[in-house]
Design a binder for this molecule. Sequence first.
Ligand SMILES: [Ca+2]
Ligand SMILES: [Ca+2]
Length: 312
Amino acid sequence: MEKKAASGIMLTLLLMMLTLIFRIQSVKAESTIILSVYPPTSTAGIGETFTVDITIADVTLENSINGVYGWQFGMSFDPNILMCTEVSEGPFLKTAGDTYLLGPKINNTAGTIVVGDALFPFPATGAIGSGTLANITFKVKSAGQTLLEFDKTLTKLRTWVFPNVVPIEHETRGGYFSNLVIVSRIDIDPNSLNLGSKGQWITAYIQLPECYNAEDIDASTILLNETIQPVLDPKYDFVTNSSEYLIDHDGDGILERMVKFDRAEVELFIRSQGIGWGKVQLTVTGGLVDGTSFEGTDIIFVVYAGAGLRRK
Ligand SMILES: [Ca+2]
Ligand SMILES: [Ca+2]
């Protein structure tokens, strides 16, 4: 009886091994497992902190052989710009069992992080699906930009195929941090604003320095004097049609991003500053899709005809 049971187990194991070998050979045909920094771009002011997730996506029993049993990643950043203050374990691996976190080893002089995590004891199957491996918190030391880059030799995924620990193929996608403020040229139309007069819009043309592209401006981040959002309603063609919002208004050969602000809102803001006549400095701020900020100012003249004069 015992012998029969033992040979039965052996046969099952043999079949398992054969299946696994077949799976190992077919790994490349399956979808790719991707480790990423999320969000891919971050920004924060000096002295502030921000957190990124290290995520894993699309682990299946096919592309990981038997699920993830352990992960490790190495990451580098510019230590002049950022300081890593904390690395904590994410929930992904715990979905398959108890885990043991190795590290983190944070070096804020070199700008490196190494951390690992393993299932212990080994369950029958590792973690599959998508999720977060770890959360990394950085404190911003100075203005600048840096990649949050995976160290490919230190970044590993492992599965377990009895009796061996086997590497899992994967790809990595690093992140990017920037808190640079690039000075841009802003032209606001009209040049003189008659408070109370008719007209629907105040238009701003934003031209970035040459190494940047106005196309990369994220309109939803734009603010006039840190208060007023531009019109973003997609019912307007100038919001959705790039041939309307990307134009070379000043004719210097470089495209500008055009946005329109609600004229009544801008007027209300100017009045709330107690300005009825004279020069007003308007500042336009915003961000590019990669997290870089821009800022620029223009001066317009406010002319106020006065309520009484206008009415009759
Ligand atoms: Ca102007
Ligand atoms: Ca231009």
